[in-house]
Design a protein around this ligand. Structure first.
Ligand SMILES: Cc1cc2nc3c(=O)[nH]c(=O)nc-3n(C[C@H](O)[C@H](O)[C@H](O)COP(=O)(O)OP(=O)(O)OC[C@H]3O[C@@H](n4cnc5c(N)ncnc54)[C@H](O)[C@@H]3O)c2cc1C
Length: 398
């Protein structure tokens, strides 16, 4: 006899954990299934810098940044350039997200225990046109504790719900089918994978030791994107919009971000939209100490570096570091090469460079002010210093 829940959640990343929190708050009994082991709970968000897009916050006001719902909506519409019939829901989602981000989001997260670094970052500035791409003002609120600080409140609450018997974790459960009865999804089927001893983020085995079938009134698929599956990225690549896909790619996300569940949901009749709309960072470098296959990390650059394409021509505006990543990607690819050159001085690296991700920012991830202040006094950010030493072992000061 198959086990039954009120709601099955496929994927124990941040999206799955937030859904589980909201449901268990309402007394629903949920199963959270994940193909990875328990030490991967929280998914990609663990590795993130924990930068949240929030609007008109005390952190922004303290820095005298004037932001508003109307400005954020104009920026979003300018960036998204919604122009397809299937953009109906993305548009509604954008409007609702901004209602939340300029409304209760901060207090909702604050009450759960989250805090933010007081300096708000300016991600993706765009081309400075009012109705064009990009953020007109800084909105990137880095969570205290970075990725770990983002997932912790939800992991703790999921564990608490599990103790109360409202939530059941099913780790190493890989969903391969959505069960349909009378036109509705009523459950999931899949394989139990052998237990794994790999560390968080490392590629785990897909050896099968059994199978399962669970039923529920509702099934939520929160299985993440496709960035860990470079073949799928290439298959969905928007050649017309960006040019031919680069031969060499690195992956900013772990191997479990395999996109497999999207195909399974489509087979069950789900309407996957905008599969060719994807996000890539051009300021990526190979991780000198990789955790997952082809592990790439993103440089978070300030605007002072000079940026040249492979042929040595200066990038045209707004292709500047941190301004318009897809526009820059299109320009780089138009040269026929899949790389570019950052030219800068040691002073610029000291002042402006950081690397994205929780493991690259141990000071902010530690939640200890003393670590943040000490790392500032080093000149180089600790992760940059390590990167330079490992990659170039050059005569860098410090
Ligand atoms: C280094 C890094 C930095 C980032 N920085 C930021 C940032 O500053 N700000 C920001 O907003 N975003 C950032 N992001 C992106 C953000 O972290 C992700 O978009 C977000 O965490 C995705 O959450 P998710 O729950 O949708 O997916 P995931 O975290 O990918 O979780 C999906 C889960 O589903 C499981 N799963 C998949 N298929 C199956 C299946 N068939 N059966 C069972 N389980 C399955 C996977 O194992 C995984 O655990 C960053 C990401 C990375 C990696």
């Amino acid at each position: 006899m198959a086990e039954i829940a009120d709601v099955i959640i496929v994927g124990g990343g941040l999206a799955g954990l937030v859904a589980a929190y909201e449901l268990t708050q309402r007394g629903k009994r949920v199963f959270v299934l994940d193909q990875e082991g328990e030490n991967s709970l929280g998914g990609q968000a663990f590795w993130s810098l924990g930068g949240l897009c929030m609007v008109d916050t005390p952190e922004q006001r303290r820095m005298r940044i004037k932001d508003s719902h109307a400005l954020a909506l104009q920026d979003w519409m300018g960036s998204a350039q919604f122009d397809r019939e299937e953009d109906y829901w993305p548009r509604i989602w954008a409007e609702n997200y901004l209602d939340f981000a300029s409304g209760e989001m901060r207090s909702y997260l604050y009450d759960l225990g989250m805090r933010w670094f007081p300096v708000v970052g300016w991600a993706e500035r765009g081309g400075a046109f009012a109705d064009g791409h990009g953020n007109s003002v800084p909105r990137f609120h880095v969570t205290w504790g970075t990725g770990e600080g983002i997932i912790e409140p939800f992991v703790l609450r999921a564990q608490e719900a599990a103790r109360k018997g409202l939530l059941t974790f099913k780790f190493r459960h890989q969903v391969s089918k959505l069960i349909i009865k009378n036109g509705a999804v009523t459950g999931v089927k899949g394989e139990v994978l052998e237990s794994s001893t790999v560390k968080r983020g490392e590629q785990s085995s897909r050896n099968i030791i059994g199978d399962f079938e669970f039923h529920a009134q509702s099934v939520i698929v929160s299985s993440g994107g496709i960035g860990g599956n470079l073949e799928l990225v290439k298959k969905n690549w928007p050649t017309k919009r960006l040019g031919k896909a680069p031969k060499n790619m690195i992956a900013g996300v772990p191997h479990h971000v395999d996109g497999r569940m999207i195909g399974i949901a489509k087979k069950a009749g789900a309407n996957a939209i905008n599969e060719d709309r994807m996000w890539h960072y051009t300021e990526g470098v190979k991780n000198f100490d990789p955790i997952w296959p082809s592990h790439g990390i993103r440089i978070l650059p300030g605007p002072s570096s000079m940026w040249f394409d492979a042929e040595g021509s200066r990038m045209p505006a707004p292709c500047m570091p941190g301004f318009d990543t897809l526009g820059t990607l299109k320009h780089i690819l138009s040269t026929g090469y899949d790389y570019s050159w950052f030219v800068l001085t040691q002073k610029i690296i000291e002042k402006e460079f950081a690397l994205s991700g929780s493991e690259q920012n141990p000071d902010l991830t530690s939640k200890k002010w003393i670590e943040v202040i000490t790392s500032k006094n080093l000149g180089f950010h600790p992760s940059i210093l390590r990167f330079l030493k490992e990659e170039f072992s050059p005569p860098f000061k410090n």
